[in-house]
Design a protein around this ligand. Sequence first.
Ligand SMILES: *Cc1c(COP(=O)(O)O)cnc(C)c1O
Length: 402
Amino acid sequence: MSETATLATKQNPLQYVTDQLNELRSKGVAPKLRVLEGEQRPVCVFDGQEVINLASNNYLGLTTHKALRKAALDAVKRYGAGAGAVRAIAGTMRLHMELEEQIASFKKVEACVVFQSGFTANAGTVSAVLGKEDLIVSDELNHASIIDGARLSKATIKIFKHKDVPDCERILQEHASFPGKKLIITDGVFSMDGDIAPLPGLAALAQRHDAWLMSDDAHGLGVVGGGRGSNFVAPTRADVPLQMGTLSKALGAYGGYLCASAAVVDLIRNRARTVIYSTGLPPAMVAAAIAALDVIEREPAYAALPLAKAKAFARLARLPEPVSPIVPVLLGEAEAALKASRLLEDEGFLVVAIRPPTVPMGTARLRLTFTAQHPDHEVERLAALVRTRILAHAPASAAEAQ
Ligand SMILES: *Cc1c(COP(=O)(O)O)cnc(C)c1O
């Protein structure tokens, strides 16, 4: 830091904030917020401009489904706006219990506890079940909320190569005499790549090494495995003792959950700091999530649509067949991804460029999320653009990486 900068910091401690912002802006990683006008839909209006939206996690269009609107409105009329207290003291409503039972039965597990968000589910769970004498073995591409949850637990954290079961085993073997508990943790569907964790392999590994397995199915629930999530994807149904997910994406509401044994759920209720010290979910969101699960249970064919659209897109764009509605188009350098995103924007598509540090260096990409309601002709037009105007000009290394 230069002398003048040091002086400025001394004079105004908050100068630091401006410096940090300027640094982020100069790296191009502090983009202006896009503001949505109206509803979250596949074709919607951001900042006055209509776009076909491939950046939303509203996979099933449930945020605007009439059953969810009605459930949320009825809950407000019946129970008011907020839960009024933390769950452990006086904020647990009958509705919370109903939602937890419904999720547990949908996921075919013993018990479930809901949180205020997927983020607080991860942050609260990992630190409630593990402590500083324990070991976490974590996939290198896991979501930030898993990483933060792991850090909060103060456990030793080791990272295995993406989806690499032998590398995960190597770490477990190296820590065979480790005194504490061991937890393998992975996204179910990876948020930036859309690929699915090798859950059966990891489950077998966990059993062999006396470890626990936890999955984060924020992008799996509602859209893969008949809507029940990544551990229901054929051919092997995996036994995952700790299954976290969110109510905020395919379910179109807001909140998070952890499915586990009744004993683990009881422990979480008593020990997870994000449950104990933060007010419970508002009734409208709980009721909306219940309505969303009803829709998915009633119409499993509908839950298959986002993946079907993603597959149709990939086939036409000549990309590998996706296994979830998230399709990455790897372009390598950040500048290439930005340029491609701007090109698509000019054609009326909102497709975000994802760059380091969100993804590893050299793997900047477009990230497309398909939803049940994307019009087929627009999916086809987008595929043609990606194939002829973007991939045709991408360096060979980017094509190999796909
Ligand atoms: C979005 C997301 C979360 C957080 O869920 P929220 O309900 O939005 O807080 C956690 N994990 C993954 C993998 C996610 O993509």
